[in-house]
Design a binder for this molecule. Structure first.
Ligand SMILES: C[S@@+](CC[C@H](N)C(=O)[O-])C[C@H]1O[C@@H](n2cnc3c(N)ncnc32)[C@H](O)[C@@H]1O
Length: 630
């Protein structure tokens, strides 16, 4: 159902009873946590029903174990006018109070019993409800000056609200087992765990609600969560609540307790726990169709590129509503480009200049391409080259003629006035160098690994021209202001709806150094500015940029910081099974900040809850995971 404001001839219904532990004070927060859409509303510890009366749901089940209360609500529903008449007949004095209190409601006709319930509730001490072992109401007289027993309009509007509810008498478990369905919204307000000697207002019925009952209730809540229900639960701020609902969002609220004798002791703390339905990420056996536009992204062999996992990433992301995406370790830029193709507003970030250049050319760029004249300009012999590549890398990666070509293009790129066009040209030059290089890396010198690939036979110029065409074709406008940023992921200050986190995978057994592999093309992108050349090295590389992802503790801390920084965004993290932190550690880290964490494995799917269960890693092949926090 969708919540809407309702026009009624009656005042908005308020609880009929003053109810110990009534939720009137907490209503604003309870309403703010109520899902916008749900199927049926179920409230099995109904009591005064403050949230029910505030919501007036179209379709509800309300239930209580307390027979007296159930009788009252049934009578309001069936015969509200008769009840009103009865209420007017009561005398408002102590003697009458004790006479009425002495009656056994079970022996009274139901309408008399209902009138008695309201009468006692209005006149008794602090609206307390307490019974003795025999089930007899035993709260003393409250000495109110002018208690209002009958509020006819209030009763009539309550009657209207109750018309849309099924009223059940019984234990909450049976009600939930028999009626809860996926998509239902369930508000649970059990008798609170006692936090002080004064908290004896949990005695609603002659049966107590003990700690074991709270354990059982928490199990039921988890069942509801698995089933796909929205659950909202209130309790006292008791240590046990944190154990029972570990992993869910627990909010502490300061409240006044009306039932305490001493005014100054009436302050208390309630907790409100929101348990969203568990989502299931069913990786469809047929991968999702991506827009054709995605295929326009030039193929890439960039280390760790997720080009082949785009369907899976989209399959998970598409289950959320979001507009803005931060691809915070953008690498080749392909993931950001995929999101751009789905008309999301994308910000791509990477601390390598080459990655930021790709993103500037194809993610942030909605319109610019290189035209024929500009391509000719780029290819023309340039008098003013610095010969940096020819001199520094002579004999290392390319032959002299190719190095001269690279230097010329570098010099000509500077002649392009438009920054975006310069990024297209630089991306094309980088792409050409990567294609022409056996294995596409610069960790070795010479021409080992020449496997006779066709790419290695093409000239650098042919590669460059092909790359310009590819990049030009990848440019499109998705109508959004997309951005490319070069910088450390840890320094970003943004609040995107979704953050895709694909950092270097840390493993003690392999290195994940991007700069070491790509220093030559990274140099082309940054013009070897602000880098620390290691002139003594055979490869003429420069010092790697500092990143926390080159040690176990560094990676652990960095994930923690990123999850905290983006705790309000949907998080999707790519990581693999042979990296550290391991799956369980990463799940737990994410669960510190997100109420729900799921792990999707790419080859086979299983989900791991984050509720303190041990997560088994029963697979010894390397698995690609997507960790999803929301
Ligand atoms: C696994 S790759 C990302 C691959 C990318 N998702 C793709 O599909 O091509 C990791 C990237 O993180 C970048 N990186 C490493 N440390 C970084 C940091 N501290 N801040 C920003 N980027 C960083 C690397 O430059 C590299 O491009």
């Amino acid at each position: 159902m969708e919540l809407k404001s309702k026009v009624s001839i009656f005042p908005s219904p308020r609880p009929i009873l003053k109810w110990a532990g009534g939720k009137q004070q907490l209503l604003p927060i309870l309403l703010s946590k109520t899902p916008k859409n749900f199927n049926r509303y179920i409230e099995p510890f109904f009591g005064g029903g403050a949230l029910f009366f505030a919501l007036q749901p179209d379709n509800a089940i309300i239930s209580e174990s307390n027979l007296e209360l159930i009788n009252l609500y049934r009578i309001i529903l069936k015969n509200v006018d008769g009840l009103i008449q009865k209420l007017y007949k009561f005398r408002l004095d102590k003697e009458e109070y004790y006479n009425i209190r002495a009656l056994d409601f079970q022996k009274l006709p139901p309408i008399e019993a209902a009138a008695r319930t309201i009468y006692l509730n209005r006149l008794c001490f602090n609206g307390l409800y307490r019974v003795n072992r025999k089930g007899m109401f035993n709260v003393p007289y409250g000495y109110y000056k002018n208690p209002r027993i009958c509020n006819p309009d209030g009763l009539k509007s309550a009657c209207e609200a109750l018309k849309k509810a099924t009223i059940i008498q019984g234990d909450y478990k049976g009600v939930l087992r028999n009626h809860a369905q996926p998509g239902d919204y369930i508000y649970l307000d059990p008798p609170y765990l006692p936090v002080s000697e004064y908290s004896d207002f949990k005695r609603y019925t002659k049966e107590q609600f003990y700690e074991e009952d709270h354990v059982e209730l928490a199990e039921e809540v988890k069942r509801l969560h698995e089933l796909g229900c929205y659950v909202l639960l209130t309790n006292s701020n008791h240590r046990m609540v944190y154990e029972l609902y570990n992993g869910f969002e627990i909010e502490v609220i300061q409240t006044r307790r009306n039932i305490n004798k001493k005014g100054n002791k009436r302050k208390g703390e309630d907790v409100v726990i929101y348990i969203p339905p568990r989502r299931y990420f069913l990786i469809s056996p047929v991968p999702q169709e991506l827009p054709r536009q995605v295929k326009a992204y030039p193929s890439t062999r960039f280390m760790g590129s997720k080009q082949s996992l785009l369907e899976h990433i989209w399959n998970v992301a598409s289950q959320f509503e979001f507009e803005t995406v931060l691809d915070i370790f953008s690498g080749s830029g392909v993931v950001g480009y995929m999101f751009k193709s789905f008309n999301k507003q994308v910000i791509s970030n990477d601390y390598m200049a080459m990655c930021a250049t790709f993103a500037e050319a194809m993610v942030a760029n909605n319109s610019e391409t290189l035209d024929k004249g500009e391509i000719e300009l780029l290819l023309s012999p340039s008098a003013k080259t610095d010969n940096f590549v020819s001199q520094t890398f002579q004999g290392l990666y390319f032959i002299d003629e190719e190095n001269v070509f690279i230097d010329q293009i570098r010099a000509n790129i500077k002649k392009l006035k438009n920054k975006t066009k310069r990024s297209i040209a630089t991306s094309a030059l980088i792409r050409a160098c990567l294609k022409k290089r056996p294995r596409g890396i610069f960790t070795y010198t010479g021409h080992r690994y020449d496997d006779g690939r066709k790419d290695l036979r093409l000239s650098l110029k042919e590669h460059f021209l092909k790359a310009v065409t590819c990049i030009n074709q990848a440019v499109f406008d998705n109508g959004k202001g997309n951005k490319a940023r070069r910088g450390d992921a840890m320094t970003i200050r943004l609040k995107p709806d979704l953050v895709y986190i694909d950092p270097p995978y840390y493993s003690p057994y392999s290195d994940n150094e991007y700069v070491r592999r790509y220093h030559f093309v990274e140099g082309l992108a940054c013009n070897w500015k602000d880098v620390e050349m290691q002139w003594h090295t055979k490869t003429r590389k420069f010092k790697s940029y500092p990143t926390p992802f080159n040690s176990r503790t560094g990676a652990y801390d960095a994930f923690d910081k990123l999850f905290r920084k983006f705790k309000d965004s949907i998080l999707i993290v790519s990581y693999s099974s042979n990296s550290l932190p391991n799956q369980e550690e990463l799940t737990n880290l994410m669960a510190k900040y997100k109420s729900q964490v799921e792990v999707v494995s790419i080859n086979y799917r299983y989900s791991a809850g984050n509720h303190g269960h041990k997560i088994n890693n029963n697979n010894n092949k390397v698995q690609e995971y997507l960790f999803v926090g929301f």
